[in-house]
Design a protein around this ligand. Structure first.
Ligand SMILES: *[C@@H]1O[C@H](CO)[C@@H](O)[C@H](O)[C@H]1NC(C)=O
Ligand SMILES: *[C@@H]1O[C@H](CO)[C@@H](O)[C@H](O)[C@H]1NC(C)=O
Ligand SMILES: *[C@@H]1O[C@H](CO)[C@@H](O)[C@H](O)[C@H]1NC(C)=O
Length: 411
């Protein structure tokens, strides 16, 4: 094994956030115990799996969340993981992953069972056993093609593969439900803090806590039971790893909205203003005038659109969720600073559309959305996806290409 330089991250020292602890504190949190007979039924239903055979899991998106999921599943011993890597494929091929983990310690030269540099095509390579699960841990940017459904389609076995979306935001299951109506779709809310450094290195500095439940996208009762069972089985496999906490929660929608309180407000405002959470709090007015109003609007939409109750106490707790000394930059801001696309359509756009559907006024969220969309447009321009016409003649007839009027000298 090659020698590795220790991974260095700008914020590695003192970077322990406390938000996950808060995020998991709630009054009623019934623990659901797995019924082993149900798991056995699922295993039978999942065809290729037997009790002695490991689940065949494909992970798409091997950033912090994906790599730590791969590690937990392999270490738990109940799954065999294939990770699809892109830019970092060669680095991982050569030397494996280097992981500095709060839950698992320092790990060098680690590899999942298999690594690929592209999504496998099951139609073509039909000698491969079907995937029992596909875990999607990429960012969710539906406004930039290709869509996740298009991306994973070649690896999905209809009526077999369970698709688990470990991503933020609302209504993320809809395009997958349309593309794969007979597949179970699972919702995963991850509270992990894990970031990538140089290729193949992961800094995991906030505990791996994962809340899992089914999306009931298919109205069939049998389909819904299958989705529940697939979710329970995923929890059984993930939680088999020591040091991580993976919980099955039938009320996973509540957790999705609850995380949205933070992501729709702090992430968005941080990105628009280029401020970390400590600076926003120190200013006071950024919290009072933007963060809290957005959280309040999210609470109202959650109740009206989904019957999910998030209360004022939760809002105040979420405002103080990060350790003040963390000077934490939410991932949306970190990505934006690197010139990456921002994940705003499911985090802000969907709650806004839900608000419109049920007639809840969300004036702050609306402005936040339009500002984020403007920032995304700038990234598109920087990446060459949109071009600004330099003269009106270059793009005749566009909405605001008019000649304008002479300036009013008195104005
Ligand atoms: C997968 O393989 C099939 C059969 O060879 C082919 O028709 C299809 O275009 C391939 N799909 C992709 C995305 O490459
Ligand atoms: C690979 O590593 C780079 C950092 O060098 C990172 O920006 C990129 O997102 C990583 N890609 C994947 C697929 O892990
Ligand atoms: C969402 O919020 C969590 C804190 O709960 C944060 O760590 C993460 O960076 C946020 N996600 C995005 C996409 O910004």
């Amino acid at each position: 094994m090659a020698a590795h330089a220790p991974c260095r991250f700008p914020h590695s020292a003192h970077f322990i956030r406390s938000s996950f602890i808060f995020l998991l504190q709630t009054s009623a949190r019934p623990s659901v115990t797995l019924s082993s007979s149900r798991i056995r039924t699922t295993i039978r239903n999942m065809g290729s799996m037997t009790e002695t055979k490991k689940a065949n899991v494909l992970i798409v998106g091997s950033g912090g969340v994906g790599t730590m999921a791969a590690y937990a599943l392999e270490k738990g011993g109940k799954a065999s993981v294939t990770a699809v890597l892109r830019s970092n494929f060669s680095a991982v091929e050569k030397a494996g992953f280097s992981i500095d983990s709060i839950d698992h310690g320092m790990i060098h030269g680690w590899r999942p069972t298999k690594t690929l540099n592209a999504i496998p095509n099951m139609t073509k390579e039909n000698t491969l056993p079907p995937y029992d699960y596909i875990l999607v841990t990429t960012k969710n940017i539906p406004d930039i093609p290709p869509s996740i459904a298009t991306l994973i389609a070649p690896a999905v076995t209809p009526a077999h593969t369970a698709i688990a979306l470990l991503q933020n935001g609302l209504n993320i299951e809809r395009p997958l439900s349309a593309a794969f109506p007979t597949n179970p779709i699972i919702s995963g809310i991850s509270f992990i803090g894990a970031t990538e450094g140089p290729p193949g290195t992961i800094k995991h500095d906030d505990h791996d806590v994962l809340v899992v439940g089914a999306f009931h996208h298919n109205p069939g009762v049998e389909q819904q039971e299958r989705a529940d069972a697939a979710a329970e089985l995923l929890v059984d496999m993930y939680d088999a790893c020591e040091g991580v906490e993976c919980m099955y929660r039938p009320d996973v929608l509540f957790w999705r909205w609850r995380k949205l309180l933070y992501n729709a407000s702090y992430n968005s405002v941080a990105t628009i203003l280029g401020m970390d959470t400590s600076r926003m709090r120190a200013s006071e007015h950024v919290v009072d005038g933007l963060v809290r109003p957005v959280m309040g609007e999210i609470c109202e939409v959650a109740r009206a659109a989904a019957g999910v109750r998030l209360d004022g106490g939760m809002v105040e707790g979420m405002i103080l969720a990060d350790t003040y000394e963390a000077f934490f930059k939410p991932s949306m801001l970190q990505g934006f600073e690197k010139g990456n696309f921002i994940e705003f359509e499911n985090i802000v756009g969907e709650p806004l559309r839900e608000a419109e559907r049920v007639g809840v006024a969300t004036p702050t969220l609306r402005v936040i959305y339009e500002l984020l969309k403007g920032l995304q447009w700038k990234i598109k321009e920087a990446k060459g996806l949109v071009k600004v016409p330099l003269t009106r003649d270059e793009k005749p007839g566009f909405k605001y290409s008019g000649v304008g009027r002479p300036r009013d000298v008195t104005g």
